[in-house]
Design a protein around this ligand. Sequence first.
Ligand SMILES: [Zn+2]
Ligand SMILES: [Zn+2]
Length: 283
Amino acid sequence: MSFLSNAHTHTTFSDGKHTPEEMLAAAKQLGFVSLGFSCHGYQGFDFDYSMTKEGQREYQAAVRRLQAESLEDRTLPRVWLGIEEDGLTPRDWREQNRRELDYVVVSSHYLTRDYEGEPVYVDGLPERLRHYTNHVFDGDMMAMVQQYFDLHVQALLSMPVSIIGHFDLVRIYAKSHNLFDEHCKEYRRIALDALEKAFPCGGLLEINTGAIARGKREDPYPTPELLSAWHDMGGRITITSDCHDAKNLDFFFPEAVQLAKACGFKTAFRLGTGNELFEEVAL
Ligand SMILES: [Zn+2]
Ligand SMILES: [Zn+2]
């Protein structure tokens, strides 16, 4: 099947290459039934890549306008307003997000917002991640991994979640920069434990293909092992391209569908075409 929807879409309001209008035109071209926008929401720091409060307000207004258009003109994919919310976002703003947005993708991108005066990204510079791990954890990569998953699980359980963003993002440079062996028993145990702890958050786990499109990885998040475990727990999934460029809106989707099936899933959830936020579709 073709999934024909994407709930994880970035635009020029944060770090995407194209405007919401351009993204919607690309989605229409692909025959999408729905499209959700999820720019990096206000988080109180690191404004190079996330929105300011004012920026987020403008973004919300722009997407709401497109949403109204999509409800008028049924040849357009149904538009939904979301954001990608980092786990370190202040709580009062997270609460406000829940009131003003259709949905949230909750992701963790940082180990800390301040180490030597700068944030430490999991998906930033691998050398900085190594430097941080050497100094804070005496080089113990599994301690760094544990910190990432602890933060992510804490963020997921502290507020309602629509979509669980790139669950095991911490793998991003594991192989390419030889940070740790993602197939080793210890890493897999930490990741699986975290997934089990996160289950009660109730969010859809995304199969996220974004790192492949950007040449950072050859496989999506999360691993087949985690996906199979999620299936066995009774978890639900969606498929997203974490899209920063209109040409990649459905990148690697056929392969993601096959992966989901191989991990036991018969259905996945995509943004709806009517009033329901998500609809279940057969794979
Ligand atoms: Zn992200
Ligand atoms: Zn994203």
